[in-house]
Design a protein around this ligand. Structure first.
Ligand SMILES: C[S@@+](CC[C@H](N)C(=O)[O-])C[C@H]1O[C@@H](n2cnc3c(N)ncnc32)[C@H](O)[C@@H]1O
Length: 503
């Protein structure tokens, strides 16, 4: 039986199986802002912004933001009591006075919350009853400042045509079981035995078979909470992209763009010049199953095409490597070749930062080439090889004499976690030396002091020892070299803050 009301099942299920543990780069306001900037909208500076997250879960997205932007104001709301209690507990533990989590139902949101420059709802729209999704759009519009931006993610057709059939089958299979956890466990057993252990059956509907194998792979590796809330809970309502845009428009919200840049283009040669139709056609062609869209309020008017010159005011990053002679490529072999002094210099500088966003540099603009440098960079953004973000923020631009690490990452490493999140919401896995050094990067130690502590920890057996027989002077040199390359990776992962901005 379908219900439009919540607390019942889903909310108890979130209290039973809290949802969290992941910080999503796509929800970072600096990315939301940059997408708006690409389409001609000047976003509000995050340093002093008000940010609301609706359906904030355990606060994984807001807590790092609150630590990184102490002068901005953050509120998270969620119906799950446990979510809100855990998130507030973490905020207190980390001494974050600029973030606050409240238990609240989307359908009964307090209008006294004030207005917000960024409203984020990740994993909510498709996963609540349809009337609640409509209330979400309504409240987003009413709580938004005039230049404010909304981020909403949702499951989409066509991919969910097949995925939905798989979901229905999974739900039917475990319907009689009493708890979310029992249902997840039964689902895992089922896919292991009936799907993963068997070879594809070529006599069957191939698209269904592919879908169930993809679901099975996710069920095998994902958390209990994800498996339940994606595949087994009552509410998961995908939508066609064009219908989402029309629905948002009914509530006075306009589509600006998507934080997954590759979702936004379509071949300009296609039959239609209408951007929404073009993106919808692309979703169909590529079988897209998920979107994370940025919306603004009427009467703001995003441009119909991305503006190459808007890149002059953004930061750019890439996972590509410089392969020399104008060739740049990713580790999985996608390769681009560029010509022109400006674009080669730009890509050299961006790749050198190894993933850390760097501001657009005027020196990339060579005479007669300015337009083409921006056009080339925009094309690389469109195919997902370059990422775009708003400039500013507390990140270090170089390794300082006494480096300072982002305090949330430092605290997590001190607790013994090996997965930490940098300023751009990207997760980084720490090796043993990283786990040891990160908590010590508080601006009081230079490289020599760090090396002394690493060597002492090696002697105590807390860190793996160097090769037997290594001389004392060589040991010091080797540890200093290791620390330097570790610091470089740490800078690239945006785990270092500028002590100048920090103090
Ligand atoms: C799939 S989880 C996403 C959590 C988090 N945004 C993330 O992506 O990790 C959906 C969240 O929406 C919350 N939620 C569901 N219905 C709600 C409602 N009516 N009002 C407020 N929050 C709700 C749930 O408690 C849960 O935290």
């Amino acid at each position: 039986m379908k219900s439009d009301k919540q607390p019942a099942d889903d909310v108890f299920s979130y209290d039973e199986l809290p949802y969290g543990g992941n910080t999503h780069a796509s929800t970072h306001p600096r990315r939301i802002g940059a997408i708006a900037r690409l389409f001609g909208i000047e976003p509000v500076d995050l340093q002093h912004a008000r940010v609301l997250e609706i359906g904030c879960g355990l606060g994984d997205d807001l807590l790092p933001l609150a630590a990184a932007y102490p002068e901005a104001d953050f509120i998270g709301i969620d119906l799950g009591r446990r979510h809100v209690d855990v998130a507030n507990g973490l905020a207190r533990e980390r001494g974050l006075a600029n973030v606050n989590f409240r238990q609240m139902d989307i359908t009964a949101m307090d209008p006294n919350l004030g207005r917000f420059d960024y409203v984020i709802a990740h994993g909510v729209f498709s996963w609540v009853p349809p009337p609640v999704a409509q209330a979400l759009l309504r409240i987003c519009e009413s709580l938004l400042t005039d230049r404010g931006l909304v981020y909403i993610s949702y499951n989409t057709y066509p991919d969910w045509e097949q995925m939905g059939k798989v979901r229905d089958a999974m739900r039917a299979h475990v319907a009689g079981l009493p708890s979310p956890l029992a249902q997840v466990e039964a689902t895992r057993r089922f896919v292991a035995k009936e799907v993963l252990a068997k070879r594809p059956d070529t006599s069957k509907n191939q698209s269904y078979d592919t879908a169930i194998r993809r679901v099975a792979a996710r069920v095998e590796h994902a958390s209990d909470s994800y498996v339940f809330h994606e595949f087994l809970c009552e509410h998961n309502h995908p939508i066609w992209f064009a219908d989402f845009v029309a629905n948002a428009s009914d509530h006075g919200l306009r589509y600006v763009g998507d934080t997954d840049r590759t979702a936004m283009w379509g071949d300009g040669d296609g039959a239609t010049s209408n951007r929404i139709e073009r993106e919808q056609a692309l979703d169909r062609a590529l079988g897209r199953g998920f979107r994370s869209s940025v919306l603004c309020k009427n009467p703001l008017e995003p441009t119909s095409e991305a503006l190459p010159e808007s890149l002059l005011n953004t930061c750019l990053s890439t996972q590509m490597l410089d392969r020399g002679e104008g060739q740049f490529g990713t580790s999985d072999a996608v390769q681009v070749t560029v010509t022109g002094t400006g674009i080669v210099k730009a890509l050299r500088d961006i790749t050198k930062a190894q993933g850390r966003p760097i501001p657009f540099a005027s020196e990339w603009l060579q005479d007669n080439e300015s337009q083409s440098v921006c056009d080339d960079l925009l094309n690389l953004i469109k195919v997902g090889l370059i990422d775009v973000g708003e400039p500013g923020g507390p990140g270090a631009t170089q390794i300082e004499e006494r480096p300072v690490a982002f305090e949330i990452a430092r605290a997590l490493a001190a607790e013994g976690r090996d997965l930490v999140v940098g300023l751009g919401h990207r997760a980084t896995t720490l090796d043993s030396i990283g786990q040891f050094i990160l908590p010590r990067l508080d601006g009081t130690r230079d490289r020599n002091a760090l090396a002394r502590q690493v060597l002492a920890a090696m002697r105590r057996g807390e860190l793996p020892a160097l090769a037997p027989g290594t001389k004392k002077a060589d040991a010091q040199k080797q540890v200093l070299t290791d620390i330097e390359s570790w610091l470089e990776r740490t800078l690239a992962s945006e785990l270092l803050v500028s002590s100048f901005k920090h103090n």
